[in-house]
Design a protein around this ligand. Structure first.
Ligand code: AQP
Length: 329
């Protein structure tokens, strides 16, 4: 059986260079090794307050971004999570197999809820990893390309699969998180000790920033004392982040990038990073605009939803049957 590769992105804000380097850029290559399921995690986007029009617009943008990153909608299944009702149905079942203690240990929940009043924390934010586990197991996905911050959620999905299969037999496929060697955690340009994040934008490069703004942001990125362009996350987090961005976009190792910049001054190094980012973003943004104008994303999402529903409904049926829900078709 072909390997199944799945990943999702939340339409919670403007996508960042972190989302692009960590995941988006590389997705088109995955078709060479298996069946790809890529989705817009719009139900997950509701876990924090979001304006309906903003959510709609972000979802369209995200569909265009996936396609602009080189995905062929005939070769990959691209869909909106909310178009496949099996996600919500399976969620209602699986919420009984993950426990309060494990969910309250999730770093993402702790980070996000710590910035909120307790009375404003929705159940959906707490139970986010349950739905994410459902997203994964519905497609029998074994490979989950994600940034570093999502590893913990995939690990929890593995616990769920173990627990469920031990109880009911071989029903669910075991997934595994796959993070990139270079670029699994792109940091903020203004504070390189925190992740570049779309819902907490500090020193972010947004995929829709114009090239002048991108260049300006990189040229004013926080660097460190000293003058050597060396990868040293502890003592030179700013330079290390810029080296990571450069290496990830050029598809080279950090060591190779360090060699290229031996003897460079910080200013010249930043200019080289800005050149690479701008060159890649120019091509990407042109494609994005074309897809947005022609509305090519609509047909891609419609067809993707049909294919996704067919697969997801099979798994849902298998699970319902396993747990003892009566099937009276
Ligand atoms: N800074 C990052 N570096 C590398 N990868 C990243 N990802 C996110 N930020 C970085 C990866 O992008 C994918 C999509 O992320 P998401 O939309 O599911 O949400 P997230 O992981 O919580 O990322 P954000 O940008 O921080 O979104 P918000 O702020 O809305 O929560 C994931 O695979 C993620 O790892």
């Amino acid at each position: 059986m072909a390997e199944k590769i799945l990943t999702g992105i939340k339409p919670t804000g403007q996508l960042t260079l972190g989302n692009y380097i960590g995941v988006l850029k590389h997705l088109h290559k995955e078709v060479e090794r298996g069946d790809c399921y890529y989705f817009i995690a719009d139900l997950h986007a509701l876990t924090l307050p979001i304006d309906p029009e903003v959510l709609r617009q972000n979802s369209i943008d995200l569909a265009c971004f996936y396609l602009a990153a080189g995905l062929d909608p005939k070769k990959v299944t691209l869909f909106l999570q909310s178009s496949v009702s099996a996600h919500a149905e399976l969620n209602a079942i699986m919420q009984n197999y993950l426990y309060m203690g494990e969910l309250s240990r999730m770093t993402q929940f702790k980070d996000k809820s710590s910035k909120m009043k307790e009375s404003a924390i929705g159940l959906g934010l707490f139970a986010y990893p349950v739905l994410m586990a459902c997203d994964i197991v519905l497609y029998d996905a074994s490979a989950i390309p994600v940034g570093e911050d999502q590893i913990q959620h995939v690990e929890l999905t593995r616990d769920l699969v173990n627990r469920f299969n031990n109880r009911y037999g071989d029903i669910l496929v075991m997934p595994k998180a796959e993070v990139r060697k270079v670029g699994a955690r792109i940091m903020s340009l203004s504070d390189p000790t925190v992740k570049m994040s779309k819902s907490d934008p500090k020193g972010d490069i947004f995929l829709k920033d114009d090239l002048k703004t991108i260049r300006k942001k990189i040229m004013s990125a926080v660097t460190d004392s000293g003058c050597e362009v060396k990868f040293d996350q502890e003592n030179k987090p700013g330079i290390s982040n810029l080296l990571t961005i450069y290496a990830a976009l050029k598809d080279i190792s950090i060591e190779e990038a360090e060699k290229e910049f031996e003897g460079y001054r910080y200013g010249d190094f930043k200019k080289a990073v800005a050149d690479v980012v701008c060159a890649e973003m120019e091509i990407f943004q042109n494609k994005y605009r074309e897809i947005l104008e022609t509305k090519a994303y609509e047909e891609a999402l419609r067809e993707g939803a049909k294919r996704a529903q067919a697969i997801a409904n099979q798994t849902l049926k298998r699970v319902k049957n396993a747990v003892g829900l009566l099937d009276i078709e």
